[in-house]
Design a binder for this molecule. Structure first.
Ligand SMILES: [Zn+2]
Ligand SMILES: [Zn+2]
Length: 368
């Protein structure tokens, strides 16, 4: 490893079995293993998942390993590579797939690493990117196209969720309903439009988000707290042909399936906090509906689709990435997400002292 790297760094960690995150000062800089790459992180996105960990909900309590550095959405520059790495070089600007598949199970070996049975996730099962340095297996690294700005490269993870959902559902030439227009739902509006959806309808409880969804290309928005299913079914002749469920709320899932056209396809990405009771015979069986569960991003099919969608300049992401803050102000970032003031928050990660890191910093600033 390069000698100009510091031994320790600040990091946003999950130390205690209680709500909140800790800003730690002296976390060891990770040592990349032989097949790993060490990245100096310049920008990191705060994800809905990070908010779950911050709020320490039931899912986080059962899943997250205490003591880890959090965060999994990032862009940065490679500062060191393990001796057995093959392709990635020091100096490259990179992001990474945050799901680390085992590489050996049936899912991994059939191109389905996103549903690996023993997947490790950055910032959840192992140390993440809310720190100046992260170590990632070389096979998870995604070199970033020079024309893609840092703030967009920092949110490949949720954008990839949106792309995966839209592509799995197949929206070209179809009428599309998106239930829940949070970060990924809003991204799904712009992705679905680029992917050829004819008419896009959205529901949510936040009028600001509905308004933004309209700006991004939705034709009509519905307040999810008012009756809307019949209106929508009339508007598009027996209901939308595709449902993209992005809220994880039981009522939204039920209403979304109720609205769906007979023979329609539903792609479910939103994660319900509890079990959801559904009338399967009415909502799915008699309607001949196809229901897809969506997890993560296809490695790396989704990544190629996403890069080309961005480069085609058909995606409108600037109005979704509402705030860029310094890493030390992460509490403000979470508060703005909780209040609904912010949609997507990207943190700028300051580099520690040291020659290599300063070079990294000045180069990345030019590209941001
Ligand atoms: Zn994420
Ligand atoms: Zn696997």
């Amino acid at each position: 490893m390069s000698t100009s790297l510091p031994a320790s760094m600040p990091a946003i960690c999950k130390l205690n079995d209680a709500p909140g995150l800790n800003f730690c000062q002296d976390v060891p800089v990770p040592e990349p293993g032989p097949r790993d790459v060490l990245v100096a992180v310049t920008h990191a996105g705060i994800c809905g998942t990070d908010r779950h960990i911050y709020e320490w909900d039931a899912w986080s309590r059962n899943r997250v390993k205490l003591g880890i550095t959090t965060g999994h959405e990032f862009v940065g520059r490679v500062v060191a590579v393990g001796e057995a790495t093959q392709r990635i070089e020091v100096g490259q600007r990179v992001s990474a797939e945050g799901h680390i598949g085992c590489g050996f199970c049936e899912a991994c070996r059939t191109g389905n690493g996103h549903i690996c049975e023993t997947v490790d996730i950055l910032g959840i099962d192992c140390n993440g990117c809310f720190a100046p340095f992260i170590s990632v297996p070389e096979t998870n690294i995604w070199p970033v196209h020079p024309e893609i700005p840092n703030k967009v490269a920092a949110v490949f993870d949720p954008l990839g969720n949106a792309v995966h959902t839209v592509m799995a559902a197949g929206v070209s030439g179809k009428t599309v309903l998106i239930t829940g227009v949070g970060i990924i739902g809003l991204m799904a509006v712009t992705v679905a439009k680029a992917a050829g959806a004819t008419r896009i309808f959205v529901t949510d409880v936040d009028p600001r988000r509905l308004e933004l969804a309209m700006k991004l290309g939705a034709e009509q928005s519905f307040d999810a707290r008012q009756p809307w299913v019949d209106k929508l079914r009339q508007t598009c002749r027996g209901g939308p042909q595709v449902l993209l469920e992005m809220s994880g709320h039981a009522t939204a899932i039920r209403h979304g399936l109720e609205a769906l056209h007979n023979g329609g396809r539903a792609a479910l990405l939103g994660i319900p906090a509890d079990e959801v009771k559904l009338d399967l015979s009415e909502l799915i069986i008699f309607r001949g509906a196809t229901v897809l569960g969506i997890n993560g991003r296809k490695m790396f099919e989704t990544w190629y689709q996403m890069e080309n969608l961005i480069l085609s300049e058909q995606l409108e992401l600037d109005s979704i990435i509402t705030h860029q803050i310094d890493m030390k102000d992460f509490e403000t970032g979470f508060a703005m997400m909780q209040s609904g003031e912010a949609i997507k928050v990207v943190m700028k990660i300051p580099q520690s002292e040291g020659e290599a890191c300063q070079t990294v910093n000045s180069t990345s600033e030019q590209l941001s």
